[in-house]
Design a protein. Structure first.
Length: 171
């Protein structure tokens, strides 16, 4: 699901539309597989008797609660989180039921840094920190895919924005 272009300003061009890196889904997928396997094994091992159906329902409810909290919720958070770069600003949008967002105009960006651990480097992701002039200071974007490339593109956009602003005669 791409970021809706109707939410951009007039004449604003989308440059990058990113989601958090797929590594954010590793734990939910492992939880899903383990929970289904253990719940299935547990339900099959319940001895026959008058309470068998009740015990199986208990196992199913417990498995469902674990899946909702540890697999479905992180997936929905991943699905509804957007890191968007346009030719005018950097946007961060997240939230399942309630949404939150942060916009940083390119003209206010002072510094763009990235970092990634050894594992993140192997996976091709990292953390991008965008520092801006203003009260709120910096925006930290975690689990950015191809973080070095994104940092370079963002830097180029900031430079071109500065060049455009200097070319406009003040008056």
């Amino acid at each position: 699901m791409a970021y809706p272009s109707k939410l951009l300003s007039e004449n604003e061009q989308l440059v990058l539309d990113l989601r958090p890196h797929w590594k954010a889904l590793i734990t939910p997928v492992v939880t899903l597989v383990l929970t289904l396997g253990i719940a299935g094994y547990g339900a099959a091992r319940i001895p026959a008797g008058p309470q068998q159906g009740l015990y199986r329902i208990g196992v199913a409810v417990l498995a469902l609660a674990l899946l909702l909290g540890c697999a479905v919720r992180p997936f929905l958070i991943w699905l509804t989180t957007h890191f968007v770069v346009t030719d005018r600003r950097v946007l961060v949008r997240s939230g399942i039921f309630s949404r939150s967002g942060r916009d940083v105009p390119l003209s206010r960006i002072n510094d763009i840094t990235f970092s990634h651990s050894f594992v993140e480097r192997l996976l091709g992701c990292g953390t991008l920190v965008v520092e801006s002039a203003g009260e709120r200071g910096q925006v930290t974007l975690s689990d950015i895919p191809r973080v070095e490339r994104v940092q370079r593109q963002l830097y180029d956009l900031v430079e071109s924005t500065d060049e455009r602003r200097r070319a406009i005669p003040e008056g």
